[in-house]
Design a protein around this ligand. Structure first.
Ligand code: SF4
Length: 285
């Protein structure tokens, strides 16, 4: 059996950076250190970070005053950052620089007289922060069909994209908006890491008889990655952990591809590869 491991899957630049920032904060901060929400969608990593002295809290109030609060890669609204300061918390900002760019573009749209349209998941924390930067009356759509062309007919419209969106969704939105808008400004704020990971996953999925996608089920980028792979290779399985793998999924598959979302440590990809190699060895006995 051939095992294809994506070189672009797993930890992205923003996640690696945030984990380094969190470990440094644990060493350097005198008081308690928390992340506002789990630092990434990976229970194992959250647990080991807690052992190093950085635990997640669900609200600023839960963090109490006098400690340090780490802001995650997704970023927060300006209001949350201001509230943290008022509570006397030291802010360590691990917002991914790509997310920061998207926030800046969102806030510039209104100033330039554009009606902001955000392409992203309505409740996702990154999108919530983008909306806060873009201002009220911002239109948010998860897919192109959600927007009624009459809402934007004859208007100057500016688009900002959640960093982990698939490029096919942006193309569909541009096709829908361009015939009706007076002016259309598109900030393609999708991050390079996501695009490269998706492109490579699709390439491997076309070559493979089955695909394993590793990452949290509550991770937006992993879920999207699995959906994209499934469109090319229906035998795509989204797992959180190697223990979920089932030999029956693979039948006589000769080539199996492995990829992973941005919150997945390299050890988990390696563990899946080892498991598949072990299954192959037991098949040939
Ligand atoms: S997926 Fe992209 S935008 Fe999101 S944290 Fe990673 S590098 Fe940053």
């Amino acid at each position: 059996m051939k095992i294809l491991i994506s070189k672009r899957g797993g930890y992205c630049y923003g996640v690696q950076r945030a984990l380094k920032i969190a470990h440094r904060a644990a060493q350097d901060s005198p008081g308690p250190v928390h992340t506002l929400g789990p630092i990434i969608h990976n229970p194992g990593v959250v647990k080991s970070l807690a052992a190093a002295g950085v635990s997640p809290v669900e609200s600023l109030e839960e963090a109490g005053s006098g400690g340090t609060i780490i802001l995650r890669t997704h970023g927060v609204t300006p209001q949350v950052a201001a509230d943290a300061g008022k509570l006397g918390l030291v802010i360590v900002d691990a917002t991914c620089p790509y997310v920061k760019i998207a926030q800046e573009k969102a806030s510039s749209l209104r100033e330039q007289g554009f009606l902001p349209v955000i392409l992203g998941e309505h409740e996702h924390p990154e999108v919530v922060a983008l909306i806060a930067n873009a201002g009220k009356d911002t239109i948010v759509v998860d897919k192109a069909e959600e927007i009624d062309p009459e809402w934007v007919r004859g208007k100057k419209v500016g688009v900002v994209v959640q960093t982990t969106q698939a490029s096919v969704n942006l193309s569909a939105l541009v096709s829908r908006l361009s015939p009706v808008c007076r002016e259309l400004l598109v900030h393609n704020t999708m991050c390079n890491a996501t695009q490269k990971c998706q492109e490579e996953a699709l390439r491997l999925a076309r070559e493979a008889d089955a695909v394993v996608v590793i990452g949290g089920r509550n991770s937006a980028n992993t879920t999207r990655l699995a959906k994209l792979c499934r469109e090319v290779q229906p035998r795509t399985h989204h797992i959180e952990d190697v223990q979920e793998l089932d030999p029956e999924w693979f039948g006589a598959a000769a080539t199996i591809a492995i990829t992973a979302g941005a919150s997945t440590p390299p050890e988990q990809m390696e563990a899946v590869s080892v498991w598949l190699a072990g299954m192959d060895a037991s098949r040939s006995h």
